[in-house]
Write a protein that binds this ligand. Structure first.
Ligand SMILES: [Zn+2]
Ligand SMILES: [Zn+2]
Length: 330
């Protein structure tokens, strides 16, 4: 026996998605529209993209960044949004796993073209002088046990900053979703580092000189809905899990959060909103102003909370500073 449920928005078509966070039953059209409008509202409310902006969208090839590229393209075409320049780029970390990602380049290139973004692929060693596996092996040879995801994340962030300067970007757009952000908030708690909440938010780095702000239009959308959106719009989901993901602490949190979500459908929003409030307190408090003193990295000159920034620290501990330094110096 199947019971047809009518869409609670249009009251006409058959519902296909039940949104537990709001209690709505949505048809395909209303679901797609609601998601796009939510992205647009987030962009407008927090001024994530403005007419004078030169934006760069980091496309990993995963469903989140492809969906974001697709939605932004649609919003620009319909003139809901305007900006001065639109770039999309993929960073090749030069890992064995990156090769798989690069087999998707044609799909990304085609989506970028449709969305009106100029698209390029950059080898990470071309941007910062060293590759992720090089730094990782350098560290391992010296007996330093640092997780591949940490090395990859820190170096990729550095590479994006170098690229942003090269392209003269005013904003870096990332595809972080609600699940990513809720996980980040919990991780900050688990490592007992409240200071990290200073960089928690829909916009980060806007108040730091020589840093291009990061903005996150998908931040209030659950990962599941992004996957459903990709499916409905035939956005290819050729995603292959990163081989290092299982040792990543986020992996465990993913399951924990979805378990809590069964009983509390809004838990991810609650956690993110808690983090945002904490972030506001930290950004405005005098106590933290003294605790989080931004200075310049002694090696590269980039803004950093410690004497040496994380990228320079990893590269120098891997013994690879020489090739790297000229590429990254601010
Ligand atoms: Zn409907
Ligand atoms: Zn540095």
């Amino acid at each position: 026996m199947s019971v047809l449920v009518t869409c609670t928005r249009c009251g006409k078509r058959e519902a296909f998605f039940f949104r537990r966070t709001s209690g709505e039953a949505l048809c395909r059209q209303c679901f797609v529209k609601s998601l796009e409008m939510k992205v647009l509202r987030t962009i407008r409310r927090f001024r994530l993209i403005e007419p004078q902006d030169r934006i760069g969208l980091a496309v990993s090839g995963g469903k989140d960044s492809l969906v974001l590229l697709y939605i932004l393209g649609k919003l620009f075409r319909r003139r809901h949004l305007k900006c001065s320049e639109t770039y999309a780029f993929t960073i090749d970390e030069e890992l064995e796993y990156s090769k798989f990602k690069l087999t998707r380049i044609n799909v990304i290139r085609e989506l970028s073209r449709e969305a009106g973004f100029e698209y390029s692929v950059y080898r990470i060693s071309e941007l910062i002088g060293v590759s992720v596996p090089e730094v990782y092996s350098g560290l391992s040879e010296r007996g330093e046990k640092i997780h591949m995801c940490t090395v990859c994340g820190v170096l990729r962030r550095k590479a994006v900053n170098v690229l942003a300067r090269r392209l003269n970007l005013t904003k870096i757009v990332t595809a972080h979703n609600l699940d990513d952000e809720a996980q980040t908030a919990i991780l900050n708690v688990l490592v007992n580092d409240v200071k990290r909440f200073k960089w928690f938010g829909v916009v980060t780095g806007e108040d730091v000189e020589d840093l291009v702000p990061r903005v996150k239009p998908l931040r209030y959308i659950r990962e599941e809905e992004i996957a459903v959106y990709a499916y409905v719009n035939n956005i290819p989901m050729l995603e292959r899990e990163c081989p290092y993901v299982r040792e990543n602490p986020r992996y465990m949190l993913k399951f924990l959060l979805s378990e809590i979500e069964q009983r509390n459908p809004n838990v991810k929003y609650m956690i993110v909103s808690f983090g945002d409030e904490l972030s506001r307190i930290i950004r405005t408090s005098r106590y933290f102003k003294e605790k989080i003193r931004l200075r310049r990295c002694r090696i590269c000159g980039a803004p950093s909370t410690s004497d040496v920034c994380r990228a320079c620290d990893l590269v120098s501990r891997a013994g690879l500073l020489e090739r790297y330094i000229d590429a990254v110096r601010v």
